[in-house]
Design a protein around this ligand. Structure first.
Ligand code: IPD
Ligand code: CA
Ligand code: CA
Length: 260
């Protein structure tokens, strides 16, 4: 049987080539639900390529991919695919977007790759074997103080039915004077926590394909993932808090302040 790691990396790189080829070029853009929720023909080309590679090697595996949905097979293996994470950036020629592919076996994430071809940055993790950036080991930051941390967040296209409006948490953290960035690609946000550029990331309403690879990469780099209660992560849950571990409890407190 083909090696799952090699197949995952091949699919990631091939999709990355397609994204790089069309970056800043001419391509068709459509709107999904909501005026700024975009999908381009490049999302679909990259997705077709990934699915073709996975299917050719593992025809019996389940695939859950953003644009085509679920291609269910009765398998313990599930490929969670976001062909372009950061489509709005891609459509505007902003080089912060990536391919994100995670592989689960049962409830466990076992492999994950996130590739930004414009920056030539390939993040990868295998369960129990650490995380890498372009083959070199990466680790989360050692920042222990929330007040001096550098954070990143994102906002959904439509305001969700969350316990608190996401802008309120953002407001509380910004009013504390803590720098917060907004890159526009959840998978890259997670990887930049994993390699120590950011100390923490939170967002509400992400999908499994946005976070699957990134969660494993953060955890294998020594970070912590939870929901906003501090409970164990699950790629299908809607709340994401990813940190270096050291500022996690303080971030939970700030996020939860509005719900008391
Ligand atoms: C989006 C990005 C963005 C996040 C959105 C996602 P897409 O994914 O990850 O950072 O804020 O919630 O939907 O649409 O570019 O694949
Ligand atoms: Ca996405
Ligand atoms: Ca996408």
């Amino acid at each position: 049987m083909a090696d799952m790691k090699e197949v995952l990396l091949e699919a990631t790189r091939e999709a990355g080539k397609i994204i790089l080829h069309y970056f800043n070029g001419v391509f068709k853009i459509d709107h999904k639900e909501g005026i700024n929720n975009l999908v381009t023909e490049v999302d679909k080309l990259a997705e077709d390529k990934i699915i073709q590679i996975v299917r050719a090697n593992f025809p019996d595996h389940t695939i859950i991919s953003e644009e085509v949905g679920e291609l269910i097979k009765p398998s313990q293996y599930q490929w969670l695919i976001d062909p372009i994470d950061g489509t709005v950036n891609f459509a505007h020629g902003i080089p912060i977007c990536c391919v994100s592919i995670g592989l689960m076996f049962g409830a466990d994430l076992i492999l994950g790759a996130v590739y930004n071809p414009m920056m030539n940055e390939l993040f990868f993790a295998e369960k129990g074997k650490g995380a890498t950036l372009n083959g070199e080991p990466i680790y989360v930051s050692k920042k222990a103080e929330f007040k001096t941390a550098c954070l990143v967040t994102g906002f959904p296209y439509k305001w969700p039915d969350s316990r608190e409006h996401p802008i309120k948490v953002f407001e509380r953290i910004v009013l504390e004077g803590v720098p917060v960035r907004r890159l526009g690609s959840a998978a890259i946000d997670l990887c930049w926590v994993a390699c120590g550029r950011f100390d923490g990331f939170w967002e509400y309403n992400l999908s499994a394909w946005d976070v699957a690879a990134g969660y494993l990469i953060v955890q294998e780099a020594g970070g912590r993932i939870s929901d906003f209660e501090g409970a164990r992560y699950n790629v299908f849950e809607k709340e994401t808090l990813a940190t270096n571990g050291l500022i996690h409890e303080e971030m939970l407190k700030v996020i939860q302040k509005g719900s008391s």
